[in-house]
Design a binder for this molecule. Structure first.
Ligand SMILES: *[C@@H]1O[C@H](CO)[C@@H](O)[C@H](O)[C@H]1NC(C)=O
Ligand SMILES: *[C@@H]1O[C@H](CO)[C@@H](O)[C@H](O)[C@H]1NC(C)=O
Ligand SMILES: *[C@@H]1O[C@H](CO)[C@@H](O)[C@H](O)[C@H]1NC(C)=O
Ligand SMILES: *[C@@H]1O[C@H](CO)[C@@H](O)[C@H](O)[C@H]1NC(C)=O
Ligand SMILES: *[C@@H]1O[C@H](CO)[C@@H](O)[C@H](O)[C@H]1NC(C)=O
Ligand SMILES: CC(=O)N[C@H]1CO[C@H](CO)[C@@H](O)[C@@H]1O
Length: 938
């Protein structure tokens, strides 16, 4: 049926134009009017009335000479549901002025010329409706020159009969829903100049003879269809061709290398196909041939499957260097360096060659492109610094160098390019001392400096960049306060400061950011309260302040009604609604002041009591809480992949310090002298990926003297690594079982106290409990001063505040695992206590829980339980007493106490075990007793 739609329209057209003479034009129009079933504004119903001169009717144009209707223009009348109509303007073939195009800053699509609707061509706008077919002879329209029915909703195939309109010079079928192949008859239209089929769903190949059978073609916009096959080589014969838009189709094969003959060509757009080049050529050969096209302004070849370099000679000698304005070749397999010669394309306005395998540095010579407005070189492998000469590009509007390996300082002079509005420099290794230089340019709208090594302060001058819409500074080392002046950025929609070292308050002035939609301040060290005035921001939909040091009440109106705990996690001192999983706020004064009269005295009493109790407890426990309770969040610095490669001499085996199931640990020596342990996760293992995320999440956000500190993390497609404090004395296991060295009682106690402090902190000392799940000697590392640090959080589990038990499928290590963990996967902090108890046993008996003697029913715990208390000293590690006769009694007594504690830690039922808080207190007491006994004996 669709096949007949156009055909039907022709039929009606023939009626209007051919069937009636001049006197009958009125009748024809009235007949036409009668077929309109939907005329929402009653335009035709009211205006087209019999008796008034029809040449004055809306939408009608008559020729002066004959007084006949030459055009029927009914656009924008919302006419629908009427029979398909087509009333073209019959003209002898004529020439059209296609005008010229230029680029303007801000225009994001390449200019494309459609047949201008204002040209003397009549158009009809109608929705195709089911209609009967009236086979009028189309042959009688043999002098039809222009057929433009673009921008409608016609569907179905292109009628074969169009091939009979032998005078046709313009075939405008663009923007419809046509499908199927182009009928062969169309290639009989040898006078065709405009062949406009863009934006349909037409498929099939273009005939190889196309360039010979349609020799007059000037405009060939075929883009956005489903054409396949090769681009006909004969296209090079189209000596009048001005515009060739083949983009967004399914063309394959090589791009013809003879297009240089097209002397009138202005636009060549073959973007987004599956085209290739001659792979035996070093350079993109087809480009070289274009060098002589003296009118060529636009070349778009991106999103294809080429393989080769940009030819140097493109811009040498020929005329192209004077004419070319747009060169767009992104993501199409271009390799090698950016040739300096590109700078000879002196009229270039838009240079876009990102997403390729470009190497080397950005040529400083690009500064010669004095008309350049867009420079897009993102997502390649460009190295070195951003050339200062780029600041000479006085018309630059957009600079996109994101996702490269650019380093060194951002040129300060970038702030002087007043035309520059968009800067994308994310994911490089750039540094800067002073951002305020950039804010000299008041016209900036989008600034993305994310994931670089920028540092310094944000600069209060930022408030004067009033057009700013998007500001992304995440993943750097910016420090200092957030300037209050930010409140002046009334157009700001997106603000991302996450993962920096910003501190101070969230300025109250944020509430003036009326356009703000997205605000991410996570992973800084911001303090103070979340301004309640933020509730009023009308457009805010995303808000994240997690992992800061904020305190006070979380606002609860406006956007905050829709937020969850994720927006606030990692701020110990926030309080508010229970769904935020923070503590409840202390009662605040409310309107019910009268009630306070009675409540206040009781509260005062309770507070006094509480103070006394706390004071008493503090006093009692003063000696038992000596270790650091510092819980400050760590703002993890970023260290680049390249720094890591360099520091480990490309992961050289000589730097290998450990290898485990999920990855490897290297020793890295950085250029600033820092030595670190670099834990590289095996990306092939899903479990390793997961471990990285877990370990990073936990370690990056918790700091304790006895936990291994994360200096930095590095995560990209090639590498996931944690940069950790280097523990120069290695792991506890190798010390315990060393044949050269023996840890004495005191040292072992100290290590176990360190370990207990870390566990006590993880279980009780910060906002949500963390279960380590894999405590064992090899996961305890010793630093230069023999201070123990708990490491390897790869399978650890954070529990939410009100959660005490969790089930897991990842298991810890046999021998150290609590029975309920091993059998049912149930974990709670008590599972760690069990492992800790086993560790205590192992540390002082030097018997591994996996020793061969433990089989069947017998395990380390049972074995000790049977000996406890009297016979227990038999199994004390002989190295603790060997050769050292003094203090035996003290050691034995200490050992007995420790084993008692270890047995309590390893009770079969989790609820019978001690909490880590109590373990720590007990162990410290044991140590003090031991020390005092030792002194007494001496
Ligand atoms: C029809 O519209 C035209 C243009 O607006 C106007 O000049 C003419 O008077 C109208 N005729 C009638 C009958 O309303
Ligand atoms: C058709 O009519 C519309 C609105 O009346 C007008 O904007 C447009 O320019 C006209 N087109 C032609 C080709 O006359
Ligand atoms: C097509 O029509 C729509 C609305 O009728 C208009 O906005 C658009 O500019 C037209 N496009 C072309 C290419 O004529
Ligand atoms: C093209 O035109 C020739 C004669 O002008 C005719 O014989 C032939 O059938 C036509 N081809 C098609 C496919 O209509
Ligand atoms: C909260 O979410 C609901 C549903 O998604 C939405 O309709 C509403 O506008 C949101 N409110 C605010 C203040 O964002
Ligand atoms: C799509 C778009 O932004 N078009 C603009 C191109 O530039 C000219 C001149 O500045 C504007 O008039 C168009 O609106």
């Amino acid at each position: 049926m669709g096949n007949n739609v156009l055909f039907t329209m022709f039929s009606f057209f023939i009626c209007v134009v051919a069937c009636f003479g001049r006197s009958d034009d009125e009748s024809a129009l009235l007949a036409f009017k009668s077929k309109i079933t939907y005329d929402p504004y009653n335009i035709l119903a009211k205006n087209w009335s019999r008796g008034t001169p029809f040449c004055n009717w809306i939408g009608i144009t008559c020729s002066r000479r004959h007084g006949r209707v030459t055009s029927l223009n009914l656009t924008s009348m919302d006419l629908q549901e009427f029979p398909p109509i087509l009333v073209p303007y019959i003209l002898p073939p004529q020439t059209f002025d296609v005008g010229t195009t230029t680029h303007h800053a801000g225009n994001t699509t390449a200019p494309r010329r459609e047949l201008p609707l204002s040209s003397p061509v009549s158009t009809t706008l109608a929705s195709p409706a089911p209609h009967r077919t009236i086979p009028y002879s189309i042959g009688s329209l043999s002098n039809l020159g222009i057929l433009n029915i673009g921008n409608n909703s016609f569907h179905g195939h292109i009628p074969r009969d169009l091939g009979q309109l032998s005078s046709l010079t313009v075939l405008g079928l663009y923007y419809n829903e046509l499908n199927g192949e182009i009928p062969e008859s169309i290639y009989n239209l040898s006078k065709l100049r405009f062949f406009e089929l863009a934006n349909n769903r037409i498929s099939g190949n273009l005939p190889s003879s196309m360039g010979n059978v349609l020799p007059d073609l000037e405009l060939v916009p075929l883009h956005n269809n489903q054409f396949s096959g090769e681009i006909p080589i004969s296209i090079s014969n189209l000596s009048q061709l001005q515009i060739l838009n083949l983009n967004t189709n399914l063309f394959t094969g090589r791009v013809p290398t003879n297009l240089g003959t097209l002397q009138k060509l202005e636009i060549l757009d073959i973007d987004d196909n599956h085209l290739t080049n001659d792979p035996s050529m070093f350079e993109l050969d087809f480009l070289i041939s274009l060098r002589n096209c003296s009118k060529l302004k636009t070349i778009r070849i991106g999103k294809n499957s080429f393989d080769g370099r940009l030819p140097k000679s493109l811009a040498l000698g020929g005329n192209l260097s004077q004419s070319l304005e747009t060169l767009e070749a992104s993501s199409c397999g271009i390799k090698g360096i950016i040739p300096n010669e590109i700078a000879n394309l002196s009229n270039l306005i838009w240079l876009e060659i990102g997403g390729n395998d470009l190497e080397g540095e950005i040529p400083g010579a690009l500064s010669r492109l004095s008309k350049l407005q867009k420079l897009i070189l993102n997502s390649s492998k460009l190295k070195g610094s951003i050339p200062v000469t780029l600041c000479d590009l006085g018309r630059l509007y957009e600079l996109n160098l994101a996702n490269n390996q650019l380093s060194e300082q951002l040129p300060r002079c970038l702030g002087n390019i007043s035309s520059l509005q968009r800067i994308y420099l994310g994911h490089n290794e750039l540094t800067s001392v002073e951002l305020s230089a950039l804010w000299r340019n008041k016209n900036l709208q989008i600034v993305d400096l994310s994931s670089n090594n920028f540092n310094g302060s944000l600069g209060s001058e930022i408030g004067s960049v009033q057009g700013m819409q998007v500001l992304n500074l995440s993943g750097n080392q910016f420090s200092g306060d957030i300037p209050i002046t930010i409140g002046r950025l009334e157009h700001l929609e997106k603000l991302i400061f996450s993962s920096n070292n910003l501190h101070g308050y969230i300025p109250e002035s944020f509430s003036e950011l009326v356009a703000l939609q997205y605000l991410d301040l996570s992973q800084n060290t911001l303090s103070g309260a979340i301004p309640k005035s933020l509730e009023k921001l009308p457009n805010l939909v995303y808000f994240n302040v997690s992992f800061n040091r904020l305190s006070g009440e979380i606002p609860n109106e406006g956007l905050f009604k829709n937020l969850t705990a994720d927006s606030f996690i990692g701020n110990k001192e926030l309080c508010g609604a229970s769904r935020f999983k923070v503590m409840q706020c202390k009662a605040r004064s409310s309107s019910k002041t009268r009630a306070w009269k009675y409540i206040l005295p009781s509260i005062a009493f309770i507070i006094c009591l509480a103070i006394i109790v706390v004071w008493l407890m503090r006093h009692r426990n003063r000696n038992t809480t000596l270790t650091s309770q510092s819980s400050s969040l760590v703002t993890v610095k970023r260290i680049s992949y390249y720094d890591i490669l360099k520091s480990t001499s490309n992961f050289d085996d000589k730097n290998l310090i450990g290898r485990g199931s999920i990855g490897t640990v290297y020793k890295g020596t950085f250029s600033n002298g820092m030595i670190a342990a670099i834990k590289v996760f095996n990306l092939d293992l899903e479990s390793a990926n997961h471990s990285f995320d877990t370990e990073c999440n936990i370690l990056c956000n918790i700091r304790h003297r006895n936990l291994v500190k994360v200096i930095s993390s590095c995560s990209n497609l090639d590498l996931k690594a944690l940069v950790l404090d280097y523990m120069s004395k290695g792991n506890f296991s190798s010390w315990l079982y060393s044949s050269n060295y023996c840890l004495n009682m005191d040292q072992r106690l100290e290590i176990m106290i360190d370990l207990a402090s870390a566990m006590e902190y993880l279980h009780h000392g910060h906002p949500f409990p963390v279960v380590h799940c894999d405590l064992k000697p090899s996961n305890i590392l010793l630093d230069e001063d023999m201070v123990a640090h708990v490491a390897d959080f790869g399978i650890s589990k954070p529990l939410t505040q009100d959660q005490i038990i969790l089930h897991t499928k990842t298991l810890g290590t046999i021998g150290y695992m609590a029975p309920e963990y091993g059998s049912t996967g149930m974990i709670s902090t008590m599972a760690d206590v069990y492992s800790y108890g086993i560790l205590l046993m192992e540390t002082f008996t030097k018997k591994k829980p996996t020793d061969d003697m433990f089989a069947g029913e017998l395990n380390l715990r049972r074995w000790l339980l049977e000996l406890y208390p009297d016979a227990i000293v038999q199994v004390m590690d002989v190295d603790l007493v060997d050769g050292v006769e003094e203090n035996i009694k003290a050691k034995e007594s200490c050992f007995r106490s420790i084993m008692g504690l270890a047995l309590e830690c390893t009770a079969d039922l989790p609820e019978e075990r001690l909490s880590m808080e109590n373990v720590l207190i007990r162990l410290k007491k044991i140590k003090m007793e031991f020390l005092s006994n030792v002194t007494e004996e001496e």
